[in-house]
Every structure is written in C-alpha cells, then in structure tokens.
Design a protein around this ligand. Sequence first.
Ligand code: ZN
Length: 307
Amino acid sequence: MIQRDHILRAIKEVPRDHWGVVFLFVLVFSSLGYGLIRSEQKNELLSANIMQLEKQLSITTSVLERSISETHSTLAEELNRERQTVSVIKSDLGNFQQEVGTISSSVDTLEKLNETDPELLQKYSKVYFLSEHYTPERLAAVDKPNLYYEDQPESVHAKMWPHLKELLQSAQTAGVTLWVRSGYRSFDEQTSLKSAYRVQYGSGANTFSADQGYSEHQLGTAVDFITTGLGGNLDGFDTTIAYQWMLTNAHTYGFILSYPQGNSFYVFEPWHWRYVGKELATHLKNTGKSFYDLDQRELDEYLITIF
Ligand SMILES: [Zn+2]
C-alpha cells in the first residue's frame, strides 16, 4: 500500500508534459511483460508437444519392433515348414529310386531266368527223359591240349566252357593231369553208342551207358574225365589222384559228381561230372547230398546262379 502511494505520488509529481513519456514507458513494459508471459506459455505448449511426440514415437517403435519380431518368427516357421517339405520330398524320391532299383533288379532276374535253359538242372536218369530234339543253345569246342584224343574233337555247352577251362587250368597248376574224354553227345550219338555197347556187352551195357534221352551228355554240361595211368580207360578213375583232386576242388568251379558211390539212381561213375553252377555245387558239397537227392523244386532255385 505504501509502495502504491509512493508510485501515485511519484506520478503526481511528474510534470504533465512528461505524462506522454511515462505512458510510453508503461506501454513498453506492459508489452514486454505480456510478451514474456506469451513466450512462457508457448514454451510449455512446445514441451508438451515434444513429450507427446516422444511418447508416440516410443509406442510406434515398440509396435514396429513387435511386428518385426513376429515377422521373423513367421518367416522362420515357414522356412522350417519348407525344409520339412523338401526333406519329405527327398525321402519320397529316395524310396522311389529304391523301388525302381528293386523292380529293375527283379526284371533283370526274371530276364536272366527266362534266358536260362531250365533243362540244365533237370534230372536225367532212368525216369527223366530229354527230348530227342533237345540241343544246347550253343556249343564250344574243347581246346585240343585238353582232349585225350586230340584227333577226336569234343564240344561242351558254350556258357559252361569257361568254367571247365578254369577247372582244367587249376588242376594243371596243382600238377594233376585231367583230360576231357567226352563232352556233348547228341541224341543220335547216344543211340549209336548204346547200340555199339549192346553189341559188345549185351544187356550188361545198361549198367554203364544211359539210354538215349536219359544221358546228361545231351545237355552239353556233362564231362567224362580221364587221367594218366589208366590206359585210356574210364574205369579205375576213382583210384587216381585226379579223382581225389576233383572230390576236393570240383565244386568251386561248379562241377558235381552226378552218380556218386552208393547212389540209388545210377551206377557209380567216378569219371562223370556235371556242371550245375558254383552255388548248387557248393551247397551239395557242404550238405553231403547228391544232385539226385534234391527235390526238383529245390534244384530249380539254383537255375538263376548257374552261370
Ligand atoms: Zn558220362
């Protein structure tokens, strides 16, 4: 109150002609004051705006971050699903390839079986008959040095010849002499042979010579062997080193003794060996059975492995 009195008194003391100046001062100060207040208000508004913006920015940032993270995990899941699909496709493809392989191997087996002559593992002795028209699909000549009579050519089944040759070479390497006395014989040759034996030996010929159509020689896979010290005879072959060597080794080249000692099908023929393939020959050797002991169905299972 005292200040106001002072101011009023001071104003009254101001000469009248100075009032204009005083009014000007008052106006200037008032304007400045108003300006300050306005500026203060503006600042406050600006700060509030900034805070609002910052808040919005923070919200937007967190929304974006969440969205990015969600997108990431969605993409990862999709990638994982794609990978699983690829792996399933790969495995399916693998199975398919395996199936194709199995089918093609079955087809190969069937083709091979279809091409293999089923007569090659048939039994021909007394009760089993081979047609007079039967001839091996192909014959191969036995090498001259392997023949007992070099001027009497012998031939055998062409697919069997490499196995016979291998056997003869192994025997030679082991110091054992083996010659081929007889190989393939046609139906007609067997007929003439049997007639000749009948003339010479009468009904006794039946004990050592098969009738035509019952001889394994017509297959081209049977061989009569001869060795030194027998004067060109087949008889006595079982007393030789060559026979012992054959008993021990022949199966590894696919050969078996068709009519072993004590067999119930035919007379013992130690010189007469038949090619049946390594698997069947080894099976017979290991089980101690003879070819004619086995059931035909069991023999036929070895047809696929004969050559
Ligand atoms: Zn024979």
